[in-house]
Ligand binder design. Structure first.
Ligand code: HEM
Length: 143
């Protein structure tokens, strides 16, 4: 067991957990449970921060894994992967701003930004799992 063989699975699990926490946090605030919304969203931020550290460790220590499929699947993979990376870069400062506005009690401004942050973040965490699936589970042994 090495970093290169272990961390991709850990990272995918963290992405999945963040995705589920975001859905939970959204459902909670829609049902008026603001305290529980805060806990779920703070947990999503913490899980994503751990993911970011783990992701950087992985990419600084491990070789790049190429997608093994061809044809339309290969195009789909690169489409998903590139959009995932670009939107992950965009959403990171948005998450920080969204959380800061909530902590400062700027509820209306928090809501306004959160309407963009939430769908983007959901897309990024979901496609993180999808990229993992396409890279490691569709073609076992590829990693
Ligand atoms: C950064 C992660 C967060 C995201 C993505 C997020 C997302 C959202 C969304 C989408 C709404 C609007 C729901 C609607 O339109 O009905 C909302 C509302 C709200 N959030 Fe967050 N939230 C986050 C963190 C937090 C934190 C850390 C707190 C508390 C400190 C918080 C407190 C609230 C409150 C008080 C509301 C307004 C509820 C209301 O009066 O309508 N949120 N959030």
């Amino acid at each position: 067991m090495t970093i290169a063989t272990t961390l991709p699975h850990v990272n995918a699990a963290l992405n999945l957990l963040a995705f589920l926490l975001l859905l939970t946090g959204f459902a909670l605030v829609r049902s008026g449970r603001k305290g529980a919304h805060k806990v779920a969203m703070a947990s999503a931020v913490a899980v994503s921060a751990v993911f970011l550290v783990s992701y950087l460790i992985y990419h600084f220590t491990s070789p790049i894994v190429m997608f093994k499929g061809g044809g339309i699947l290969r195009m789909a993979y690169y489409g998903v992967m590139v959009s995932h990376v670009l939107l992950a870069t965009l959403v990171t400062p948005m998450v920080i701003m969204t959380a800061l506005r909530a902590i400062r009690g700027e509820t209306e401004r928090h809501r306004a930004l959160a309407r963009w942050t939430l769908p983007l973040w959901l897309y990024v965490s979901f496609t993180g799992v999808l990229v993992y699936y396409m890279l490691y589970l569709m073609y076992p042994g590829a990693g």
